[in-house]
Every structure is written in structure tokens, then in C-alpha cells.
Design a protein around this ligand. Structure first.
Ligand code: NAP
Length: 262
């Protein structure tokens, strides 16, 4: 029975990934901060899942839970770096602490987790690492300066690692979700002005994305871009760049809002 680790398992895409892998017969270590949500999932899914409460924005907690997870459920077969935070704001409004915390959760902890699990996978010549980037990693998004930087960073690392490991039994999948209906996406829509272009964006579901991610691991596919309409972003980066600059609504800065009010 495969041991799958899903970070950010308490909500949205991570929760859907847990359900998808449990339905397929895996045992899943679920990692996040909100224990009540993880406990509720455990109450529903039973012995197939194990709860780990950890703040992946704290370097001291990023990897410290791995030994316990391996002791209980065996060597990790699939690591899914899914936990993420997003900041949608004018760049001048983002404080340094929030920016650093985003970089820990979205970029540095995933790299630390890869470093922690990879030796054992290579020793077994088997395993998979899934890194959840974003369309913002392919198409940097105005109003999301730090998120785009982190997601481009994890995407680059993930694609590099896939090449490095291509002659081994360890497979790497990079996931580029466009808008998917989760609390994170709903929070972003509450901030950006609902322009016509925003309302027209195709949106996917966490359950459908989770199916595609598991299939990509099973079939050793390099990447998942979902919804499929966004795959064009990978093949036409210059045109995508122009479209993003032209049509992405940008949140007004606090200074601009104050200026308007005076
Ligand atoms: N939804 C979209 O449209 C979309 C698009 C592109 C990419 N993505 C990416 O998909 C992934 C999942 O996002 P989602 O949409 O499912 O968002 P979500 O519903 O907000 O879930 C985010 C998950 O990350 C966990 N997390 C956040 N900070 C954490 C921390 N410091 N320590 C441990 N866990 C932490 C949260 O758990 P706790 O709060 O309980 O800790 C939660 O389980 C993210 O990497 C996101 O960037 C989403």
C-alpha cells in the first residue's frame, strides 16, 4: 500500500488529493496547521490517514515530522508539495514578514521536503514528487508579485529535478493549476476587481484536478496544466505575457485608495 504525503491537506486541492489517494487504496499523511479540519477528515476516512499538525512557514517544523510519519506508515512513496499561501495586493502594501512567510511555505519548505525524502526514494529507486506550482508560475500575474516569484521558483526547481532524475525510478510531476474553486481562489476573487476578463476565466474543481494529478503520477507524466484551456500559456509565453499585462486587474495600493478618498 503506497504511503502518500499531502501538505496543505486541510482544505481545497490538498483535501481533494487526500480523498483521491485514499479512494485509490493509499495511506496518506496529511500535513497542515488547522488540526480541527484534519481531525474531521480523519474521523471520516479512518485508519488510511494520519494527521500531522505543522506550520510549514516555520523552518523548525518544515521537516521535523517526517521520521514519525515514516515510522508509522512506512517509507514515503509520493510527496505532494501542495501547501500554499497567496498574497494579492499592490507590492507596496506587502510587509516583509508576510513576504518571507510566503516564500517559506511556497518555495523553501517544498525544497527542504524534497531534500529530506529524495535520498530514501533514490535508495529504493522508486517514488514520486509532485510540486503544485500555479499558472502564475508560467504567466507571472500583476498584483501577485511575491506569489508569482515563489511559484515560478518551485516550477523551475521541479522541472530541473525531473530532468536530473530522468534515468532513475523517481518521477517528478509539476502541477500548474489555473483558477480552481477553493477558499484561496475565492479570497483572490474578493480582492481583484471582477472585470469581464476575470469573469470569463475557465475555473476547475479540486476533485477533477486531484484525479489528473494522481493519473500523472501513475502514468509518469511530466506536468499537469488544469483547466486544459491554460495549456496555451506554456507554448506561447510572449503572447501570454502581453495578455496578462493588458487584462489582469491590479489591486489599488493603500496609498492610492487614501489619495482617492482625500
Ligand atoms: N485554487 C487555485 O485557484 C490555485 C491556483 C493555482 C495554484 N494553486 C495552489 O494550489 C495549492 C493549494 O491551494 P488551494 O487553492 O487548495 O488553497 P487553500 O484551500 O487555501 O488551501 C491551502 C492549504 O495550504 C495549507 N497551508 C497554508 N499555509 C500553511 C502553513 N504555514 N503550514 C502548513 N500548511 C499551510 C492550508 O492549511 P492550514 O491553513 O490548515 O495550515 C491549506 O490546507 C497551493 O499551493 C496554491 O498556491 C491554487
Amino acid at each position: 500500500m503506497a504511503h502518500v504525503v499531502v501538505t496543505g491537506a486541510s482544505s481545497g486541492i490538498g483535501e481533494a488529493l487526500v480523498r483521491e489517494w485514499v479512494a485509490a487504496g493509499a495511506r496518506v499523511t496529511m500535513v497542515a496547521r488547522r488540526q480541527a479540519l484534519l481531525d474531521a477528515l480523519k474521523a471520516e476516512l479512518g485508519d488510511a490517514v494520519r494527521v500531522v499538525v505543522a506550520d510549514l512557514g516555520d523552518p523548525a517544523q518544515a521537516t521535523s515530522w517526517i521520521d514519525g510519519a515514516v515510522a508509522e506508515l512506512g517509507p514515503i512513496d509520493v510527496l505532494v508539495n501542495n501547501a500554499g499561501v497567496q498574497i494579492v495586493a499592490a507590492t507596496t502594501d506587502v510587509d516583509v514578514a508576510a513576504m518571507r512567510s510566503l516564500m517559506e511555505v511556497d518555495l523553501l519548505t517544498p525544497l527542504a521536503l524534497i531534500g529530506a525524502v529524495l535520498p530514501s526514494m533514490l535508495a529504493r529507486n522508486a517514488g514520486a514528487i509532485v510540486n503544485v506550482s500555479s499558472l502564475a508560475g508560467l504567466a507571472p500575474t500583476p498584483g501577485m508579485t511575491h506569489y508569482s516569484a515563489a511559484k515560478a521558483g518551485i516550477a523551475a526547481a521541479s522541472e530541473c529535478l525531473r530532468g536530473e532524475l530522468r534515468r532513475t525510478g523517481v518521477h517528478v510531476v509539476t502541477v500548474y493549476p489555473g483558477p480552481v474553486d477553493t477558499p484561496m481562489a475565492r479570497a483572490a476573487y474578493a480582492i481583484v476587481p471582477p472585470t469581464f476578463a476575470v469573469r470569463m476565466l475557465p475555473e476547475g474543481t479540486p476533485a477533477q484536478l486531484a484525479k489528473r494529478v494522481r493519473a500523472a503520477v501513475e502514468r509518469r507524466r511530466a506536468r499537469v496544466i488544469y483547466p486544459r484551456a491554460y495549456a496555451v500559456a506554456r507554448h506561447t509565453p510572449a503572447v501570454t505575457r502581453m495578455m496578462m499585462d493588458a487584462f489582469t486587474p491590479v489591486p489599488a495600493s493603500a496609498a492610492a485608495r487614501e489619495g482617492k478618498g482625500s
